[in-house]
Design a protein around this ligand. Structure first.
Ligand code: NAD
Ligand code: UD1
Length: 338
């Protein structure tokens, strides 16, 4: 019998790529999303990629009764929980909204799962839980912290998960700490679609390459890094999606949880990313040097060795693949909008 996996936030950027990876791996998948940050036509586009219609429930994780109904109406074996708000800048302006959606949402979900006797969960965490004081490369044992309400919400979620597992060993949970997910499905049919002006580097660069924004501000060129700009561990979203499939099978196999980094273990600077995107898109990317952004670390990249041991996971795609697929996505999205 096929295992049935519920994907909260499955219409979003990482959720939609994971949906494709799960279907390819032979899972039966149900998407739950309130479409607060996803386009309405994502399920149709997923069907275009997989050749089968996508099962979707429109619901809000803050609505406990809806969650209970989903578990009552469907035999769910495991849940991957993506649904959350993710903008650092917005979280500083609306901390209560972030705590409610990210923390209360998780509590609702875990209570509903518990009631339905479903205790296998993969949780979207972030390298943001290392705060800024981490050693690089960063192992999972590094000290934890936060620099903004978004980061705080992820850290609290991890603590809630840890305490719940301690209270009831029937839970098996995979906590995945993503580094910097970028890129798109190679078909260009799904990708990251930020509304408004992006906060993050790759979507900003993509919009500059496409002529939708005039110039990129490079936030600081005087960091103690090889070229003075910030270094990050960018990971292709298709690799990241595969990490979720591996996490689910590790939970099925071992019945035991894990907390692992998902990154490549290699850092790239802002200048390297700009140059690679220019090559992949064959476009100029005008930029200017601007002051450092508050809260930014000079350098952040994963120690990816635990993911290899526990999940058999290794990222395959390089920065050029990330930029090239992002560019294909930008072009197909523009064609679809015409
Ligand atoms: P996204 O915004 O594209 O996807 C989140 C999805 O959840 C959206 O489709 C949104 O409509 C849905 N959603 C939000 N609140 C909901 C609610 N209350 N009920 C139902 N659905 C709801 O974001 P993403 O980039 O795909 O991120 C997925 C997860 O990964 C998030 O938990 C995020 O914090 C985490 N994460 C993302 C990054 C990143 O750089 N993208 C890095 C680290 C961790
Ligand atoms: C940011 C968040 C982090 C979150 C992650 C994924 C902060 C402080 N951190 O991480 O909590 O988990 O996004 O959503 O916001 N840069 C520019 N110009 C830009 C944008 C970025 O030079 O217009 C630089 C940054 O200074 C950094 C690098 O590009 O050196 C990457 O930035 P970004 O994509 O925002 O990711 P993080 O800062 O790693």
């Amino acid at each position: 019998m096929k295992q049935r996996v519920l994907l909260t936030g499955g219409a979003g950027y990482i959720g939609s790529h994971t949906y494709v990876a799960l279907i390819e791996a032979g899972y039966d998948v149900l998407i739950l999303d309130n479409f607060s940050n996803a386009a309405r036509d994502v399920p149709t586009r997923l069907a275009e990629i997989t050749g089968q219609s996508a099962a979707v429930v429109e619901a809000d994780i803050l609505d406990r009764a809806s969650l209970d109904r989903v578990f009552a109406d469907n035999k769910i074996d495991a849940v991957i929980h993506f649904a959350a708000f993710k903008s650092v800048a917005e979280s500083v302006k609306k901390p209560l909204v972030y705590m409610q959606n990210n923390v209360v949402g998780l509590v609702n979900l875990m209570q509903s799962m518990d009631q339905a006797d479903v205790r296998r969960l993969v949780f979207s965490s972030s390298a943001t839980v290392y705060g800024n004081a981490a050693d690089v490369p960063t192992p999972e044992t590094a000290s934890l912290g936060y620099g903004n309400p978004y980061g705080h919400s992820k850290l609290v979620c991890e603590q809630i998960i840890e305490q719940t597992i301690a209270s009831d060993p029937r839970w098996s949970v995979g906590v995945l700490r993503y580094f910097n997910p970028v890129g798109a499905h190679p078909s260009g049919i799904i990708g990251e679609d930020p509304s408004g002006i992006p906060d993050n580097l790759m979507p900003y660069v993509a919009k500059v390459a496409a002529g939708q924004l005039p110039v990129l501000s490079v936030f600081g060129d005087d960091y103690p890094t090889p070229d003075g700009t910030g270094v990050r561990d960018y990971i292709h979203v298709v690799d990241l999606a595969k990490g979720h499939v591996n996490s689910l099978s590790a939970l099925e196999r071992d019945g035991q949880g894990h907390v692992v980094n998902l990154g490549t273990g290699r850092g790239y600077s802002v200048f390297e990313l700009i140059a690679t995107y220019a090559r992949a898109s064959n476009r100029d990317i005008p930029y200017k040097i601007a002051p450092r952004r508050d809260g930014d670390a000079a350098s952040s990249y994963a120690d990816p060795s635990l993911a290899k041991t526990v999940l058999g996971f290794e990222a395959e795609f390089d920065l050029f693949d990330m930029c090239r697929t992002s560019w294909v996505w930008m072009q197909t999205a523009a064609e679809r909008a015409e």
